[in-house]
Design a protein around this ligand. Structure first.
Ligand SMILES: NC(=O)C1=CN([C@@H]2O[C@H](COP(=O)(O)OP(=O)(O)OC[C@H]3O[C@@H](n4cnc5c(N)ncnc54)[C@H](OP(=O)(O)O)[C@@H]3O)[C@@H](O)[C@H]2O)C=CC1
Ligand SMILES: Cc1cn([C@H]2C[C@H](O)[C@@H](COP(=O)(O)OP(=O)(O)O[C@H]3O[C@@H](C)C(=O)[C@@H](O)[C@H]3O)O2)c(=O)[nH]c1=O
Length: 311
């Protein structure tokens, strides 16, 4: 069922993967700001709260559906955040990952070209090797897992698009939203420690963790300014997952003794993780006016949302 609101004379912005963590924050902020007519799309029923947007079912791996929805709605702007984001699942089920992250992006770019939408593609630090981060926008891509490979192919499809485009790259997104398909580091650490579970956390991988609200704000700055090119949209704090876990335990007053420091030789996952990533965000700060929260501020924001969600 599509939830529709009367169309307006505002420019249309279409969000793919709107039921996801980034998608929900994008819709929330766009509706709040009021500058766009917001079209939220996702596979299956709407899992968003609130109103002020139109929900349209859209499975981006269906080329016919993509063409019909995009050409009928002709959005001025598309923010394409939908993807298969479980990195280990991507390694183990490469066909599904390629469909969702590459073929779907191809269908969306083709449809965007027909209606000349400004196309904003959300990408990742996982396109890099992790040998020499943190990275600026000019760094050489060299993915170390299949998920990263598919996101890099997606980037290249977008860079060759015959319509205006931007790429918003981000890192280790954390936050809370409605009925999410996957967890994220703060929620996972908090729930493990509250359950009295011991966790092994690596201290040799480096990230610049990103509050979901900041990523959404960065994408909206790009949309409003119709900015073109590649922008690093992440947090500024350079931290290891172990440091993030300890800060999370500290903030929520949980038992730090349950957190055991380890390294990537002892803690392995099905898909290899790039060791040292993280982003230099000077370009987004200067050209977009992007201003991310600190990780500490991000935890506090999340804590308030968790209390709100449980009240
Ligand atoms: N999370 C992170 O740490 C990072 C994310 N990114 C990128 O940011 C973007 C958003 O990620 P995030 O919000 O965190 O991830 P989520 O997994 O929360 O959101 C992705 C959304 O895409 C949807 N989706 C998957 N397949 C399809 C499909 N065939 N048709 C329609 N929708 C589909 C999912 O639907 P459903 O909810 O029904 O499964 C989900 O809502 C992604 O492009 C990701 O690659 C980049 C760096 C870090
Ligand atoms: C589950 C787990 C993770 N970790 C570490 C590994 C990693 O550095 C960090 C996060 O691991 P996860 O597997 O939860 O998340 P991961 O799949 O690495 O997250 C990635 O998601 C995709 C979508 C991206 O685009 C990337 O930017 C990145 O955010 O925490 C541990 O140390 N111990 C653990 O038990």
């Amino acid at each position: 069922m599509d939830i529709s609101i009367p169309s307006s004379n505002k420019p249309k912005i279409l969000i793919t993967g709107a039921n996801g963590l980034l998608g929900q924050k994008l819709v929330e902020q766009l509706v709040e700001e009021g500058g766009f007519e917001v079209i939220a799309t996702g596979k299956g029923p709407c899992r968003l709260n609130g109103n002020g947007y139109t929900y349209q079912v859209l499975d981006i791996t269906n080329p016919l559906e993509v063409d019909q929805v995009i050409t009928r709605l002709a959005p001025e702007t598309i923010i394409h955040g939908a993807a298969m984001t479980n990195v280990d699942q991507c390694e183990l089920n490469q066909e599904a990952c390629y469909e969702a992250n590459v073929k779907a992006t191809e269908y969306l770019v083709k449809a965007a070209e027909k209606v000349q939408s400004h196309f904003i593609f959300v990408s990742t630090d996982f396109i890099f090797s992790g040998n020499d981060g943190p990275y600026d926008e000019e760094a050489k891509a060299e993915p170390v897992n299949f998920y990263g490979e598919t996101k890099l192919i997606g980037e290249n499809l977008v860079r060759n698009a015959k319509t205006s485009w931007a790429i918003a790259r981000t890192v280790l997104v954390y936050g809370i939203a409605n009925d999410l398909s996957r967890s994220n580091i703060i929620l996972w650490v908090k729930s493990s420690l509250e359950a009295g579970k011991e966790i092994q956390v690596v201290d040799d991988q480096v990230r610049t963790p990103t509050l979901a609200e900041d990523l959404a704000a960065g994408c909206i700055l790009i949309a409003k300014q119709k900015a073109q090119g590649i922008f690093n949209i992440s947090g500024a704090d350079v931290l290891t997952p172990y440091e993030m876990a300890m800060m999370t335990a500290d903030y929520f007053g949980l038992k730090k003794e349950l957190i055991h420091k380890t390294d990537s030789t002892r803690f392995t996952q099905p898909a290899k993780r790039p060791m040292k990533t993280g982003f230099v965000i000077d370009k987004a700060r200067k050209e977009l006016g992007y201003k991310p929260k600190t990780f500490q501020e991000g935890i506090a924001i999340l804590a308030k949302q968790i209390i709100l969600a449980s009240s």
